[in-house]
Design a protein. Structure first.
Ligand SMILES: CC(=O)N[C@H]1[C@@H](OP(=O)(O)OP(=O)(O)OC[C@H]2O[C@@H](n3ccc(=O)[nH]c3=O)[C@H](O)[C@@H]2O)O[C@H](CO)[C@@H](O)[C@@H]1O
Ligand SMILES: C=C(OP(=O)(O)O)C(=O)O
Length: 418
């Protein structure tokens, strides 16, 4: 298994490009199942999760073509299967996103239940209840969600909590349903908006995306489209935390600062100087960070996917911070590894109290999930001496060539392949 070796203590300087958003690209690839025409996507990041999704689509009989580094075309004109098997679903929870499109267009689907993972149980009951409300006959059988519906029918669906992939699955199902669907308590994340924009280009009739009430008028069929995936706000935020922890001056190009309000304002509170344009972010840090309290929240609040990275910055900050994780019940797995680097953190249920230390010292640590991995890399950049981050396959799920980008910024970091 590959590892990262980081020698900490170097400031960061330079420019890098931000990749397309993983969490936008995944549902958007699945939306290709909704039409027999070709859907062409640009700014698709090169990530293991994208490779897994393309493999899954391939198993369903979808023709996929990576025309260039960041362009992918998908054509779902001759499906050979309507089933997402456990082997693929277990590695990536977002596989559940084939359920809505398959059911809407082909009238049936069988998708393995995604298992629990490091950050929480992550049930899919809201996806199931929502599809049932749209008229699907849906049950769990032998570890699979098995769904059938001759034709879905529009309905008012109010999810019990805000769910990002739940909203995406239901939106993709509703675009081909008979009549009107209203999704209440819908997720407002930019990635949901990006999916809606693609669906509209494909002929869907959607209004209200970006609010908590999405109204969809079903249409008989959708057609092909071309779409540029939005920039990854979590990747960009992770690099901002990196410069906050290591110090320096960086420029992030092809970014979307308009989607990053909560992250940028917390980092400014921590002492970073940040300037933004339409598609760039310039950040400088030349002092010790200041501890910042925060709580995770649905968009436009502070993203749970940024919690671990900002915690890493807080570990070396001046002062004590209180961090509340409100979205996932078990998303502090990085804490025990940050402790190995010399951090001072106490956890009490959903709250972590971080007392900033003067310095971290390099050690061998283990990545436990995607953003936990990023937090360990950030801490390693700031730590004295050498940090070895093990099990970085988690990182490879969601960051495109992170070590290359950090090296371009002057960090001393290398991949050790084994
Ligand atoms: C591929 C993708 O886009 N992943 C993102 C998506 O995950 P994902 O869409 O899986 O996360 P959700 O928004 O659904 O989860 C929010 C909360 O609702 C709960 N829940 C959700 C659905 C359901 O049927 N039942 C239920 O109880 C979850 O366990 C969690 O506690 O949003 C999360 C929250 O912003 C991010 O951390 C993930 O990076
Ligand atoms: C939790 C994440 O992803 P996923 O939902 O794909 O597990 C993430 O991107 O931080």
């Amino acid at each position: 298994m590959d590892k990262l070796r980081i020698t900490g203590g170097r400031t960061l300087k330079g420019e890098i490009d931000i990749s397309g958003a993983k969490n936008a690209a995944l549902p958007i690839l699945c939306a290709g199942l909704l039409t027999a025409d070709t859907v062409t996507l640009t700014n698709v990041p090169k990530l293991n999760d994208i490779a897994t999704t393309l493999k899954l689509l391939g198993q369903l009989g979808v023709r996929t073509d990576r025309a260039s580094d960041d362009t992918v075309s998908i054509t779902a004109d001759q499906l050979t299967a309507l089933e997402a098997p456990y082997e693929l679903v277990k590695t990536m929870r977002a596989s559940i996103l084939v359920l809505g499109p398959l059911l809407a267009r082909f009238g049936e689907a069988r998708v393995s239940l995604p298992g629990g993972c490091a950050i929480g149980q992550r049930p899919v009951d809201q996806h199931i209840q929502g599809l049932a409300a749209l008229g699907a006959d849906i049950k769990i059988e032998h570890g699979f969600v098995v769904a059938r519906a001759k034709k879905l029918k529009g309905a008012v669906v109010r999810t019990d909590m805000v769910t990002v992939t739940g909203t995406e699955n239901l939106m993709m199902a509703a675009v081909l349903a008979d009549g009107q669907t209203i999704l209440e308590n819908a997720a407002r994340e930019p990635e949901v908006v990006d999916l809606a924009e693609l669906l509209i280009k494909m002929g869907a009739r959607i209004k209200g995306h970006g609010t908590d009430r999405i109204v969809i008028e079903g249409v008989a069929s959708l057609h092909g489209a071309t779409h540029d995936v939005i920039p990854d706000r979590i990747e960009a935020g992770s690099f901002l935390c990196a410069v906050g922890a290591a110090g320096g001056d960086i420029m992030l190009r092809r970014a979307a600062p308009a989607t990053m309000g909560a992250t940028i304002s917390k980092l400014q509170e921590a002492g970073l100087t940040i300037q933004t344009g339409d598609d760039w972010i310039q950040a400088s840090m030349h002092k010790r960070p200041k501890a910042v309290d925060f709580r995770t929240h649905e968009y436009p609040g502070f993203a749970t996917d940024m919690q671990a990275q900002l915690m890493a910055l807080n570990t070396i900050a001046d002062g004590t911070s209180v961090i509340a994780e409100t979205i996932f019940e078990n998303r502090f797995m990085h804490v025990q590894e940050l402790l190995r680097l010399g951090a001072n953190i106490d956890i009490d249920g959903h709250t972590a109290v971080v007392r900033g230390v003067d310095r971290l010292s390099g050690a061998t640590v283990m990545a436990t999930d995607l953003r936990a991995s990023a937090s360990l890399v950030i801490a390693g950049l700031a730590a004295e001496g050498e940090t070895l981050v093990e099990r970085i396959y988690h990182l490879d799920r969601g960051y495109e060539r992170m070590e290359h980008k950090l090296r371009a910024l002057g960090a001393q970091i290398e991949r050790i392949s084994s």
